[in-house]
Design a protein. Structure first.
Length: 292
């Protein structure tokens, strides 16, 4: 009824990981899309997008949405030092093996896009093309500080409706394009009921890495890795009101190669909903152009 199968598989270190597999009966040779969420998020973020792609009557596509370690239904890691892009990149490669995929399309939101930069350096053959959602090789310190601060504040909404209203109060100014249904979907993706409480669905130890960042120094960049990633077809999505991913970085990426296409999501901040009416047609056309 939900349109997907929950699948569990072990990471290299034995930690049990989870992914949603939206597998249509027939995909007619279309490349699967592997979805990589943001820092504290999980595969539920991609549910509306996955349903639209997997249930497309004319061109159904398999979609796999991952929960990184410590997020969603994947097990928490007893060592918070393992919540890194490098470890999570290895987990993504393990997932590809578990699902029997040697090559796929990818959609990486924020953290997911950083993982794709690393994948381009270590396993470029896996990437047939990628969507980078509000992320690039250079991020803005103020935007990252904002993420650090709100993730560090534990909240326990009384209901999912209250969670949706809380998200709207926190992010509504940078997401005027979102509807009531969008805020509800976001709450369902971010929060889960655990032991009778509604909580953010990630291991609190995940914020240790953010707290350790020294913002008095320039943040590292990934331009050399982007050089490799840009050898693949790329669609780069930027939220019009994003505080993490600047217009200047987007422009530099777009000028880099003919393989890079860009789209701006009007009325959205960090990170845009890829299934939104203003973004989905670009996503659909990009993916369709990479089949065959």
């Amino acid at each position: 009824m939900d349109g997907f199968e929950s699948r569990f598989f072990p990471a290299e270190d034995g930690l049990m990981l989870h992914a949603r597999d939206y597998a249509p009966a027939a995909a007619d040779g279309r490349l699967p899309l592997v979805c990589l969420p943001g820092l504290s998020r999980n595969g539920r973020d991609f549910h509306p997008l996955a349903l639209r792609l997997a249930q497309d009557p004319a061109a159904p596509r398999r979609v796999i949405a991952l929960d990184y370690r410590g997020r969603g239904l994947s097990a928490h890691d007893g060592n918070a030092a393992n919540y890194t892009v490098a470890v999570e990149c290895r987990d993504v490669l393990t997932a590809l093996s578990a699902f029997g995929l040697s090559r796929a399309l990818f959609a990486g939101t924020s953290r997911g896009g950083l993982i794709l930069h690393v994948m381009a350096a270590v396993r470029p053959d896996c990437i047939a093309g990628a969507i980078l959602n509000d992320i690039g090789p250079e991020i803005e310190a103020d935007g990252l500080k904002e993420i650090r601060d709100y993730l560090s504040r534990a909240t326990f909404p009384a209901s999912f409706a209250a969670a949706a209203e809380g998200l709207r109060a926190l992010h509504g100014a940078t997401f005027p394009a979102l509807s009531d249904a969008d805020w509800h979907d976001m709450a369902e993706a971010i929060y889960a009921e655990r032991d009778g409480r509604i909580v953010a669905d990630f291991d609190p130890g995940l914020t240790d890495q953010l707290q350790a960042i020294d913002f008095s120094k320039p943040l590292p960049t990934l331009w050399p890795q982007f050089e490799l990633l840009a050898q693949k077809p790329l669609l780069v999505v930027r939220g019009e009101q994003s505080g993490l991913f600047s217009r200047q970085t987007l422009a530099r990426m777009a000028a880099h190669a003919a393989t890079v296409r860009t789209v701006t999501a009007p009325g959205q901040g960090h990170a845009p909903l890829l299934h939104h009416v203003d973004v989905f047609p670009s996503v659909e056309a990009f993916l369709a152009g990479l089949d065959g």
